[in-house]
Design a binder for this molecule. Structure first.
Ligand code: FMN
Length: 325
């Protein structure tokens, strides 16, 4: 079995999605939860950690992720999460969005290995759990890795997840596999590959090129085609009862979000967001997306989705994941 990890996608892979995914699909071993930001002040409100409530996170092992550049805040939040029962905390060094990066958080820290060094030294002394990192190759250039790897190697990190793009690249252009190979050769911790695993063929070509990775993290490709982990684990694109299973998963999401959110408008918005990815796994995806986005109420949305799924024979399982811009 390959070790497959669900990637964090804020606004998508929350506890509702993770639990529904596990009820309807197989093949994923664990999930990294979308980041929570560290906050000033003494008290961390339970609402800040609602997505990580242990009672809602029993379907699969979860690693919480923190976005922070402040040592004390990081330690306080990490300890709060450890007290909730989590064993590993992940530090987000990859978020590419300018609003985050300009404030020297996420990928904005990557040009500053000295700050990362200090954060690692202090935080690793400050809490009892283990720490992993999710990173890009750099903020502006993949060369930043040359100065980051010796810092990462100085500390007992549980693992390093690498998405081989720079922060300024956002999601454009190809993943840099040569740079990833260099990370794999030089990082002394277990290394996880993440980026653009959108179909079985892509996975298989990566697997033959990178046989020594410790695991694979799937994000947009999994949302676009939730059967992808099963395809990867079985090595075949054949899926039984694809449409019926997708339909049940979809309806489960609508029901669970209806319980969680305060009104149907929020549920509708969330579900329309998912269709950006779901539609890319279907043959006439852009037409479908247009129809779904037009739905003005949750009732109308349900009708449109039922008609869309009625017209699909099988899940084609060949997502061409949309550009993020
Ligand atoms: C909408 C969106 C939200 C994301 N949220 C997070 C996040 O909270 N934490 C994180 O480390 N990465 C986040 N990412 C990055 C993904 O985890 C992943 O690294 C990226 O999408 C590349 O993998 P993929 O090609 O398999 O999707 C996000 C990406 C997207 C598109």
């Amino acid at each position: 079995m390959k070790h497959l990890i669900l990637a964090p996608l804020r606004g998508f892979t929350d506890a509702v999605f993770r639990n529904a995914f596990q009820r309807h699909f197989q093949g994923i071993d664990e999930a990294l939860a979308p980041f929570v930001t560290s906050i000033k002040g003494r008290r961390i409100k339970p609402s800040h950690l609602r997505d990580l409530a242990p009672a809602d996170n029993r379907a699969m092992p979860i690693v919480p992720q923190i976005l922070s550049n402040n040592i004390d805040e990081f330690i306080r939040l990490a300890n709060t999460l450890i007290n909730l029962g989590y064993g590993e905390i992940n530090w987000n060094l990859g978020c590419p969005y300018p609003m985050v990066a300009k404030k020297m958080r996420g990928s904005g820290l990557l040009p500053h290995p000295d700050i990362i060094d200090r954060m690692l030294e202090k935080t690793l002394h400050g809490f009892a759990g283990s720490l992993s990192i999710k990173t890009r190759l750099g903020r502006f250039s993949a060369d930043e890795m040359d100065r980051l790897i010796p810092v990462f190697n100085r500390y007992p990190l549980a693992r390093v997840i690498v998405h081989p793009r720079t922060g300024v690249q956002m999601y454009a252009g190809n993943v840099d596999l040569k740079a990833f190979e260099s990370c794999l050769a030089n990082i002394s911790h277990p290394v996880i590959y993440n980026g653009d695993i959108n179909d079985l063929a892509m996975f298989q070509s990566l697997e033959s090129r990178l046989p020594v990775v410790s695991g694979w993290m799937l994000g947009r490709g999994l949302i676009a085609n939730p059967f992808l982990p099963e395809m990867i684990q079985s090595g075949t694109r054949l899926i039984c009862h694809g449409k019926a299973r997708f339909e049940q998963f979809h309806d489960d999401l609508v029901d669970e979000y209806s319980r969680l959110f305060s009104g149907p408008g929020h549920v509708l918005d969330r579900m329309k967001g998912f269709w950006r990815y779901f539609a890319s796994g279907l043959s006439d995806g852009s037409q479908i997306l247009k129809k779904i986005r037009k739905a003005g109420s949750l009732g109308r949305y349900r009708q449109v989705v039922a008609a869309v799924l009625d017209g699909q024979d099988i899940w084609i399982g060949q997502a061409s994941v949309p550009d993020e811009r």
